[in-house]
Design a protein around this ligand. Sequence first.
Ligand SMILES: N[C@@H](CCC(=O)N[C@@H](CS)C(=O)NCC(=O)O)C(=O)O
Length: 214
Amino acid sequence: MLTVHHLNNSRSQRVLWLCDELGLEYTLVKHQRHPETQRSPESLCKLHPLGKSPVIDHDGLLIVETEAIMEYICHTFADGRLSRSPGSKDYGAYLQWLAFSEGTAFPPLLVDLIYAWTGGGNEAFKGFYDVELEKNLKYVESSLAGQDYILASGFSAADINLGWTLEFAECRGRLRNYAGLRAYLARLRAREGYKTALKRGGEQDLSVFAAGVN
Ligand SMILES: N[C@@H](CCC(=O)N[C@@H](CS)C(=O)NCC(=O)O)C(=O)O
């Protein structure tokens, strides 16, 4: 049995979205962020030493890290659907984009949030991560040129990973100069799997992470 542990307003929304795209049955356990600190509640900290979301539980096996969870679900429950196999034309690109969302794109966005939460005041530091953040967004946008999804072969779990990271970038006011990324996000949000997962998870309000955005 598959159980998905979901934290409100968090990247575990991706896992719900993947399961709904694949038409999987799963048990959903919802956890609520602390309303002031936005940190995980006791229930998640008791479940796993890292106290992070997402976490899945497959017959007692706990797995963390979005990327690993996405691959695990595609291959264990869906014969590799929405993933790409070794040997396929897009395999390298698939792995790259699946990893890029958390490994490269998210860190400067998180630093930007923490910078705002802690009052800023160090322009040299801001300049350093701002360059990285903008470079990442430009790279995704230019990679999407002429195609609807990040892989030429069509929609995949890599789009789901990128989608949530771009939603986070949007709430940080970072998509204003990227019409191509906004259009991509609109395409992702129009998917039935995305909409079903949002209803299941409970509407998402990322404005809790909009500190310092005007
Ligand atoms: N790289 C990890 C990041 C996990 C992570 O930071 N999750 C956030 C949710 S968006 C979290 O649990 N935050 C609450 C906390 O750290 O207390 C992944 O992709 O799963």
